[in-house]
Design a binder for this molecule. Structure first.
Ligand SMILES: NC(=O)C1=CN([C@@H]2O[C@H](COP(=O)(O)OP(=O)(O)OC[C@H]3O[C@@H](n4cnc5c(N)ncnc54)[C@H](OP(=O)(O)O)[C@@H]3O)[C@@H](O)[C@H]2O)C=CC1
Ligand SMILES: O=C(O)[C@@H]1CCC=N1
Length: 293
């Protein structure tokens, strides 16, 4: 349970009906995190997708949430929801959001997790100013260690802000930012877990190429990354200082880091993060352009 969320807000969330429109990885991460943190009951969650019935069966049996395929009875579930999460891919967003316009009303809180999609575009698709929360979470919400950037439309009340922050604090840490920073957050923490997984995959492959078994390579790399992250958190020391403590003069680490630096690892990471952020802006601009047609 989030430490700094008051009991009144938690009681309030527990009384609300929540619909996830789009039942993919991100919706599952948030729903699972909220259920695990006891911020809501599975019976209060409805998850909807377009065509993948097997996926819905799996979500229903794993978490006990209600699941609905688009076109069956989604109208009632969306109308009854107090909070509607928009969680489909950006390419599907315009059509999907425009399609639910008749079922959305002023009392509802709309929370989007869609990369690049602006509050203005959502308002355009829903045809009016509403309480809209634009967020950029990450998949680590699944285990309560997520990072979520949050921005509000003008109509979002103080109470609704508390609700949104409590939801995302139940699955990790939050940062309330001006909407213009959401693309930066996408490049840092939205896409961020994938950079770490890629780094781990590369280390595992290299360990195997040097002769370790798959099992040993995975175990050693996972514990190394876990230990390093926990050292930063537990000691409060700067990553650069901790790195220095590993690096003996003219030793093995120095040899490795010099080579990585010569090959431009830092620049590669920085340009990858910048590219993610630019891509978020491009995705948003593409949707805006399509709405003006
Ligand atoms: N994955 C991540 O790490 C993060 C993702 N995001 C954002 O979250 C959003 C979802 O991503 P992710 O969960 O990875 O995507 P997924 O592909 O896993 O899930 C998308 C879901 O949306 C459903 N969907 C598509 N069109 C419609 C529609 N018209 N009506 C109802 N449901 C529909 C799909 O159903 P079906 O399969 O039946 O078509 C599917 O269940 C994206 O916009 C992404 O930018 C944000 C932060 C992190
Ligand atoms: O790759 C994507 O577009 C989404 C947004 C951030 C993480 N995944």
């Amino acid at each position: 349970m989030p430490i700094d969320t008051d009991t009144k807000t938690i009681d309030h969330i527990q009384s609300l009906q929540i619909a996830f429109y789009g039942a993919g990885s991100m919706a599952e991460a948030i729903a699972r995190g909220m259920i695990n943190q006891k911020l809501t009951q599975p019976g209060r969650i409805a998850m909807l997708n377009r065509q993948n019935a097997d996926r819905l069966t799996e979500l229903n049996s794993q978490y006990g949430v209600q699941t609905i395929l688009q076109g069956s009875s989604n109208e009632a579930f969306l109308k009854e929801a107090d909070i509607v999460f928009l969680a489909m891919k950006p390419k599907d967003a315009a059509e999907a959001i425009a399609g639910i316009k008749p079922f959305i009303s002023e009392h509802q809180l709309i929370i989007s997790v869609i990369a690049g999609l602006s509050i203005a575009s959502i308002e355009l698709l829903l045809g009016r100013k509403l309480s809209i929360v634009r967020t950029m979470p990450n998949t680590s919400c699944t285990i309560g260690l997520g990072v979520t950037g949050i921005s509000y439309s003008e109509a979002v009340t103080k109470e609704q802000q508390q609700l949104a922050e409590a939801i995302f604090q139940s699955v990790g840490i939050t940062s309330v930012v001006e909407e213009s920073y959401q693309d930066v957050i996408t490049g840092v923490s939205g896409s961020g877990p994938a950079y770490v997984y890629y780094f781990m995959e590369s280390m595992i492959d290299a360990a195997k190429a040097m002769g370790l078994s798959e099992t040993a390579a995975k175990e050693l790399v996972t514990q190394t990354v876990l230990g390093a992250v926990e050292m930063v958190r537990a000691t409060g020391e700067e990553p650069a200082e901790l790195r220095r403590k590993v690096t003996s003069p003219n030793g093995t680490t120095q040899a490795a880091l010099e080579l990585m630096s010569q090959k431009g690892l830092a620049e590669t990471i920085a340009s990858g993060m910048k590219r993610s952020s630019e891509r978020a802006a491009e995705i948003g601009a593409d949707i805006e352009r399509s709405l003006k047609k």
